[in-house]
Design a protein around this ligand. Structure first.
Ligand code: AMP
Length: 402
């Protein structure tokens, strides 16, 4: 069986698959680790349980995950020996990791050196690998990186026009994120169309609380909207998206803000929340805008407009577009947002069938209008399945090399 683990700074998400990935045997989410109101939802054998455990730290969360899985009532395995591979999501692998790896002692050291790249995420993930190695010592651990898919960006797309030595000597470049999701949905899109991925130019719109627009040509990421950090590109739930860096100088020099305050503002007080003054949740913004809230309307307009511009830019960058894919919370669930994005992209050959758009889902992913030259798809993302697929691929490579 393959176990996937996604560690956040105060959360732990896990899924257990049979080795052929034909099913999900168990899954759970532990939240607010270390807080008084920690909670755990666990689902297996068609049963859902909610627990309110007392979790002091990440170790107690791991112990709870292990005991949930082997519990005679809510578990699915008699012992941990059944776990043959563990996949971990790592948010940031820098330039050090261009693909998934089997984690040995050397790799652990290299991973620790990348911790600073994503201070809110990487240390928790690395601690998670340490714990998995201790608690489930027989199973190999595989690290899968959100940045790795974008390592194929050409230099013209990943290099910022700053003094060149900053790029070469200090690793300053566009990294891109949500790569696990973009890789997964671009592969599924090719399968849905029964076309070789090598022949396709796609734009993937990962529209969730975080947003990535990704240009994928021949199955390789060639440009992407997030950059060195995770707030460039499109306005997100609480992150700003692109803005002129001159504003930072103005805020610090003229308005007297500290650089820490500016950073906090860009990551946690901007985007949909900052514009609307109401919420980072797209459902609330949509509801308030339809009731006449002008700031929510502006937040929506700004979100849709910047996505449309980026799709146009990437179509130009790839010299044409075959497929547009919507995924993640907003992309999968909001027919309104999909419709608004596509409504003024006729110039690129994009048009959707509004009735199909309303009922799109896993069984009905193709929402393309009859007269469109670009195919538009709605594809649910599944980062855990992509991670489990990577574990399977690496383990079979490992076994055939041994
Ligand atoms: P994610 O980060 O992928 O979980 O996506 C979270 C975002 O998806 C939030 O902004 C939610 O408001 C949004 N979302 C989820 N369901 C819907 C829906 N039915 N309509 C609009 N937005 C939605």
């Amino acid at each position: 069986m393959i176990l996937t683990i996604n560690c956040g700074s105060s959360s732990l998400k896990y899924k257990l698959y049979p080795s052929d990935l034909s099913d999900v045997l168990a899954q759970g989410l532990i939240e607010r680790i270390s807080a008084a109101n920690a909670s755990c939802s666990h689902e297996a054998r068609g049963q859902k349980v909610r627990l309110t455990p007392n979790l002091l730290d990440q170790l107690s969360a791991f112990e709870l995950m292990v005991s949930n899985r082997t519990d005679p009532e809510i578990g699915v395995i008699a012992s941990l020996e059944a776990v043959t591979g563990i996949g971990h999501r790592l948010v940031h692998g820098g330039t050090e990791f261009t693909g998934s790896i089997v984690v040995g002692n050397d790799a652990m050291e290299r991973l620790r050196k990348c911790a600073w790249l994503a201070p809110l995420h990487n240390p928790a993930c690395i601690a998670g690998i340490d714990l998995a190695r201790d608690l489930i010592p027989n199973a190999p651990n595989v690290a899968v990186f959100d940045t790795a898919f974008h390592q194929t960006l050409p230099a013209k797309a990943h290099t910022y026009a700053l003094p060149y030595e900053l790029c070469t000597d200090h690793g300053i470049r566009r990294f891109g994120f949500h790569g696990i999701s973009c890789q997964f949905v671009s592969r599924v899109a090719a399968q849905v169309l029964s076309r070789p991925i090598e022949d396709l130019s796609m734009v993937v719109c990962h529209l969730g609380n975080g947003v990535t627009i990704d240009a994928v040509q021949g199955g390789r990421s060639v440009d992407t909207s997030l950059g060195f950090g995770t707030f460039s590109g499109i306005p997100m739930g609480t992150r700003s998206g692109d803005f002129d860096p001159a504003i930072v100088f103005h805020l610090v020099k003229t308005l007297g803000m500290s650089i820490e305050d500016v950073e906090k503002m860009c990551y946690t007080q901007s985007g949909l929340l900052g514009l609307s003054g109401l919420s980072n949740d797209m459902r609330e913004i949509l509801a308030a805008a339809s009731n006449g809230d002008t700031r929510c309307s502006l937040a929506l307009d700004s979100f849709v407009y910047s996505i449309r511009k980026t799709i146009g830019a990437y179509a130009a960058a790839m010299n044409g577009l075959d497929v547009l894919v919507f995924t993640a919370g907003i992309g999968e669930n909001s027919a309104t947002i999909r419709s608004r994005i596509c409504s003024r992209l006729g110039v690129l050959g994009i048009a959707i069938d509004e009735r199909t758009n309303e009922i799109a889902g896993p069984e009905l992913p193709n929402i393309t209008a009859a007269d469109a030259s670009v195919t538009t798809l709605v594809i649910p993302t599944d980062e855990e399945r992509m991670i489990a697929t990577e574990v399977r691929t690496l383990m079979s490579r490992h076994q055939s090399a041994a």
